[in-house]
Structure formats: C-alpha cells, structure tokens
Design a protein around this ligand. Sequence first.
Ligand SMILES: *Cc1c(COP(=O)(O)O)cnc(C)c1O
Length: 221
Amino acid sequence: MSNVVEQHNEVVGRIEKVCKRSNRAASEVALIVVSKTFGPEDITPLLDDNCRVFGENRVQEAQSKWVDLKQQYSDIELHLIGPLQSNKAEDAVALFDVIQTIDREKIAKAIGKEMEKQGRKLKLFVQVNTGSEPQKAGILPGEAVGFVKKCQEDFGLEIAGLMCIPPFDENPGPHFALLRKLAEGTGVSELSMGMSGDFETAVEFGATSVRVGSAIFGGRG
Ligand SMILES: *Cc1c(COP(=O)(O)O)cnc(C)c1O
C-alpha cells in the first residue's frame, strides 16, 4: 500500500475514534483531502483507493491537475478552499464543485452570475475570519450573519455552511465554537473546520467536514 493511502487510512481512523468519543456518527464528518502543491503522481494512489473529495487553494494550480484527473475518475468533488478573485470566478465555477471561501459581496455576486451562466450549481460556504486577523480572508464574525442573509436574499445563493481557519498560534477550540454559534445564528448546517493539527478538536466542536493535507501527504517543504 502506498504511504499516502496508509496515512489517509490513519486519519480516517482518528476521525472515527473522535466521533465515537463525541457520540457522533462517522458518516457526519467528511474528510477533504487537501492536495495543494502535490501532483497527480501523489494524488492518483488515493483516487485508485476510491477517495473522491479533494481541496485546492489556487484556481490555476487546481486546473493544471484536476481538469485531467476529473476526466479519468468520475464523481470527484473538488473544493476551493483558498481566496478567490472575481476575475477567476468563471474558471472556478467551471472546475470546482464546492466553493468554501465566499467572503465579500463582489465574490458572491460574481459566483452567482457565473453559476447561472454556466448552468452549474455549486455548494457554497461563507468563510469567517474568526480571529479578526487583518491579513486573513473571511468576513468578520460580527458581519457574518448579515452577510449570509444578504447572499441568500439579495443574491439568491444557497449557503450550505461556514468555514474558518483559526489563527495559527491560538487554541482553536474557541474559534470552532464561535463558528458553530454563527452557523446556528444563520440557520446553516455545515461547518468546515479543522486541519492536520486540529481536526480532532474540530470534530468535537461539531465539524461536518475537515480539511487535511500534510497529515496525509507529508510536509509541503
Ligand atoms: C492548506 C490548507 C489546509 C490543510 O492544511 P494541513 O495543515 O496541511 O492539513 C486546510 N485548509 C486550508 C484553507 C488550507 O489552505
């Protein structure tokens, strides 16, 4: 068995364990394999092992591998988890199945327009900057509920859930709790939170999907 497949299985096992401990069904938590910086040669063993849910943070990089891989393997669900420029909306809507990083009106509008134009319906998440970090993407926590409402009512978008990336140097628990509270305030049900270093904590706080890269592929150098 290839190393990435083994490491993927190990992450799946850890998710199952924490689900059991938190009285959750393992089927409630999706594992998004974050393949950014890794090429088809690293990804293919996972595809051959029936993994189908992947995440990338750059549109162009994702195109360079996933246009071909999506032709070779059916049923792939590709998530955009990195910041999006509105001039990339067309390419993003054409390639991705889920966009997790809606965080301002301009992007929300551009994505809505493209989905209509291309006749494609993507699943959408609003990214929340739970730590209010100046350099980080995401809507500020105080504006999140209003923004989700605006996306739904003014732009006609269906928002499935919220996503966050807690500050690197802080205990992630309070950020996951805040995201969950904001989701309850808006009535959306999905929570994308937790990465290699903290996905077990995220599951305890109610994550419905975790985004894991280096614990599966190793370091990105
Ligand atoms: C890179 C990335 C991940 C995965 O990070 P790891 O620590 O390698 O698991 C998750 N979410 C986002 C938004 C990322 O950019």
